[in-house]
Write a protein that binds this ligand. Sequence first.
Ligand code: NAI
Length: 253
Amino acid sequence: MFSLDGKTALVTGAAKGIGFAVAKRFRAAGADVIITDISDAAEIAADIGAQFIRLDVSREREVADCFRELAAQQLLLDIVVNNAGIVPGDNFVLTEAGDDDSLRGVFEVNTYGVFYGLKHAPARMRDFGSIINTASLAAHLALPGNSQYSASKAAVVQLTRTSAVELGGRGIRVNAVCPSFIRTDMGGGELGESMSEELTALGRIGELEDLVGLYHFLASDESRFISGQVFNVDGGWTAGVSMGLMSKYREFE
Ligand code: NAI
């Protein structure tokens, strides 16, 4: 189903977590895959038969070099997943923010990283390809103490829409995925577990297998008329107030 045979995909931030799960799914669907990451992932890339290129997405020169390397290999891409991202460790309350280092650091990876991908990838892509940007549910929800992350991801949503319009003439589609907490090094842990249990309709944190199917579909030709869209994968979080939360204010039998 949704064969990716004959297609070549590049995934950023794919040494682990969502990026690696997506890369693995694309391989299983028949694609040739290039894993990129700031960390060394040569071994796990080799394990799934993928190529590895070391790449810090926040450095434009490295992004440009990466695509130059693909050109030297005479590789053309069909699928690009701009996925690399970081979540800040600090509590960034706007009125108390001391300096803007945290804001800048998060934007450099989460927003500029996607921007550089959108700027340089299309020249190495075949027409009718697919670009998928990993944003976050935080792009839509204000999270107190986390405005730098939310803002960086909201920018990704708008970059997605604009590039979809700009690249439409070549048949290249651009979509964004907005996950809620997913069990990875970033999203797992006590906070992700507890908030997901209380605030999502489904009452649990998301697993990687809950998420990768959407990337697979968006990468495939089956989604050929879908572009400029933003998909929440959130266990029903944004459908409304969860039963868990509502039951604090109202009794249900
Ligand atoms: P993770 O922390 O498990 O993996 C992130 C990967 O990105 C790592 O391999 C890391 O080395 C790489 N990376 C970090 N900075 C980089 C840079 N400058 N250049 C290249 N690679 C870099 O995180 P996870 O959970 O897999 O997240 C992937 C994406 O999904 C991120 O954009 C994140 O913001 C987003 N996301 C994650 C959610 C979650 O709950 N796990 C929820 C919503 C969005």
